[in-house]
Design a binder for this molecule. Sequence first.
Ligand code: GDP
Ligand code: MG
Length: 391
Amino acid sequence: SKTAYVRTKPHLNIGTMGHVDHGKTTLTAAITKVLAERGADSTTQYVSFDRIDRAPEEAARGITINIAHVEYETDTRHYAHVDMPGHADYVKNMVTGAAQLDGAILVVSALDGIMPQTAEHVLLARQVGVDHIVVALNKADAGEEELTDLVELEVRDLLTAHGYGGDAVPVVRVSGLRALEGDPRWTASVEALLDAVDTYVPMPERYLDAPFLLSVENVLTITGRGTVVTGAVERGTVHVGDRVEVLGASVETVVTGLETFGKPMDEAQAGDNVALLLRGVARDTVRRGHVVAAPGSVVPARRFSARVYVLSAREGGRSTPVATGYRPQFYIRTADVVGDVDLGEVAVARPGDTVTMTVELGRDVPLETGLGFAIREGGRTVGAGTVTTVG
Ligand code: GDP
Ligand code: MG
């Protein structure tokens, strides 16, 4: 049988962000390689570039989910790390909370500097409450020192402009590619990056005493065992044998198995990325966007008020205002639901504005004050908001 997951170190969720081709996937592979080769007692498995880049794509409810999770361990922490291939994946997975990042590694190519998606991902991170960013100034093997210095200044300014205190943010010059090739100098650079992450990204507060809640990212069938849902535990704990309800599917059931990264566990906690095996639940009754929770702990609703930032055209948003009667998609946790917008007396919101709105969703979903969400239209994000009142 499989080795059980042993919780020996605090667990954090982290991910690479940044413009396409700046080296996110290469760096992710390099991190696992450097840690795997640290010594005989290393608990990290090397994951190659190809295995990260060819993470299985799954379509659920018309949303293509494309996200690779790898795990690794430093001396002090266990990390789940997400690498997302395309810009649309960031928007879906970060803004909806599916990625649930406790911190992020912003990858910036020293050769190219800040590019549009660099800025957009910093903006997204701020919107979804990622409070700590560490910068990997990648491709430092190929860049000229003076140019790299300029890129560093530029990145610090960008971070400061988004409230990250750019002067204090660790900026580490790395080469994912050379580290992957085993070059000692650049292997050391990846070690330095990991040290920066270990020390600069604090352990987030986990709401372990709260009732269990997990928003479903993916649904799978394991032949002979039943239906499995995967996702990150948002709060609370869950054990094998616990009763849970699936909101959206309107079923109550029992958790008959729990795994993280293929390893069985008895208890999953807030912050863990897990697979839950659910007793007697048919594959087609549960979908991405449903919420698994302690029975009776959440009451779904469809009306709420929110503070919403309408993205400017420069940030990839609309170029024209929105008005009462606007009917976009709302991405709430892992769900996407249509909603009617009422702007009240303001009546219109221009790109770049922050406004208060009332929303009537097309169906009930678990809502609460402080919950973040994204507003999408025609495949792009046009707004990001926070629930202020429910009902
Ligand atoms: P992603 O789109 O951000 O995931 O970028 P990839 O990891 O796919 O890398 C894009 C390209 O940059 C590939 O051709 C890599 O080999 C190259 N690359 C990545 N990291 C480095 C590096 O540290 N140095 C150099 N010279 N090239 C790199
Ligand atoms: Mg990539």
